[in-house]
Design a protein around this ligand. Structure first.
Ligand code: SF4
Length: 387
């Protein structure tokens, strides 16, 4: 029998932004593809499957953590509730493992949601995936939602019946990195999938009764392909009609393979203003019969307010874009710096705090005095800190 300080299970490096308060369980390690030029996440890491026994052991350990935390709450007079006092007790004690602390935070938030890591979990044999999900649901019967990441190509290789089995075993939602629907760009970025496979996989997830979250990557087409990237991606989504379309803008830190193409001049980044124009074209090309919810919940996005339910809020999203585009150039620059520095999440924030506005304005003059590229280079550095 392990004591509370020995309770520990494996967790992976990333999860979607909206799964920040979910219980994280790692059921495969890293990415079996690992070739996308823009992706820094698993570079240098080897993919491996985990055995069903290993994963079940982790699920059992997560259950033991949850039970132990509840018992601790009784012990310190909090009546089994996961209160701030319980969290404080656990987080401030370095003897507890990171995963034990993450279960405590999950119980504190009370979302009842679980995200299965890593990048492509439909690669697991269907019968094993079903066994894992059933065990998870048995150990955590109150889970409200179980989600995972997968690649379109992997999902497109599963039959609809297999997808339905996985749904019935307890998987509610799949997050897919669609990135773009333009085939030449999919090839250039080495996504290893075609637009047709994206459509097939997306439809299959929905037809199996699961909810689908598609990530698209504004800026990915660069100067050469931005227009086709915007329109062809929208056309692919028009055929899928996913529950969620999520924007996650391109950044190119030097640990990505795309960085060398940037240095060599083979890839030319769009400016922030060009990316905004690209998103406008993308939204305009989405059909009026889509019922997806668009979100811009990634910190790398310049305009967080581009969000809403289609078709009714399409105009609202275009208005958010217009509001930014109508700002004088000097104010767009101040907004971009404030956004990248974590101060602004709406263009209205420009007028909410005069002190911040004046500070950024002063910074802009100082940077301009140092040289013509200083401002852009600082904004770039600030934006890359989130990758
Ligand atoms: S499939 Fe996903 S995790 Fe794998 S390399 Fe591409 S973007 Fe990265």
């Amino acid at each position: 029998m392990l004591n509370e300080f020995q309770l520990d299970f494996e967790q992976g490096p990333i999860r979607p932004p909206n799964e920040a308060r979910s219980l994280l369980l790692r059921i495969t390690r890293n990415c079996p593809w690992n070739q996308c030029l823009f992706c820094p996440v698993y570079k240098g890491q080897k993919f491996s499957l985990r055995t069903v026994e290993e994963i079940k052991k982790d699920i059992q350990t997560a259950r033991d953590c949850a039970d132990d935390i509840k018992a601790l709450s009784w012990k310190i007079g909090e009546s089994g509730q996961i209160t701030y006092a319980v969290i404080n007790h656990i987080v401030s004690n370095h003897n507890y493992s990171y995963s034990y602390k993450s279960v405590a935070m999950w119980l504190y938030y009370g979302t009842g949601e679980c995200f299965l890591q890593d990048a492509d979990n439909f690669i697991i044999k269907t019968k094993d995936f079903v066994e894992i999900l059933r065990f998870l649901r048995e150990k955590f019967p109150d889970l409200k939602r179980v989600t995972t990441y997968s690649r379109s190509r992997t999902v497109s290789r599963k039959s609809l019946d297999e997808m339905k089995e996985v749904k019935q075993a307890g998987l509610d939602r799949v997050h897919i990195g669609l990135e773009t629907g333009y085939d030449p760009l999919l090839k250039f970025i080495k996504k290893g999938v075609t637009a047709a496979q994206h459509v097939d996989a997306g439809r299959k997830v929905i037809d199996a009764g699961m909810s689908l979250s598609e990530y698209i990557m504004p800026g990915l087409g660069g100067e050469a392909m931005w227009r086709e990237h915007a329109t062809e991606t929208a056309k692919v989504l028009n055929q899928i009609n996913p529950q969620y379309i999520r924007l996650r803008s391109l950044r190119v830190p030097n640990r990505t393979l795309l960085y060398q193409k940037l240095v060599d001049g083979e890839f030319k980044m769009l400016t922030d203003d060009q990316v905004v124009a690209e998103i406008k074209l993308f939204i305009e090309t989405l059909d009026d019969n889509l019922t997806s919810t668009v979100t811009s919940d990634h910190i790398m996005n310049l305009l967080e307010e581009i969000r809403g339910k289609l078709p009714d809020e399409k105009e609202h999203m275009l208005e958010v874009i217009k509001k930014y585009q109508d700002l004088p150039e000097a104010e767009r620059l101040i907004y971009r710096i404030g956004r990248r520095g974590g101060l602004y999440s709406s263009t209205d924030d420009l007028y909410r705090d005069q002190t911040n506005y004046d500070k950024i304005k002063k910074l802009v003059s100082e940077l301009a005095a140092k040289g013509p590229d200083e401002t852009e280079s600082m904004i770039n550095e600030m934006a890359n800190q989130y990758v």
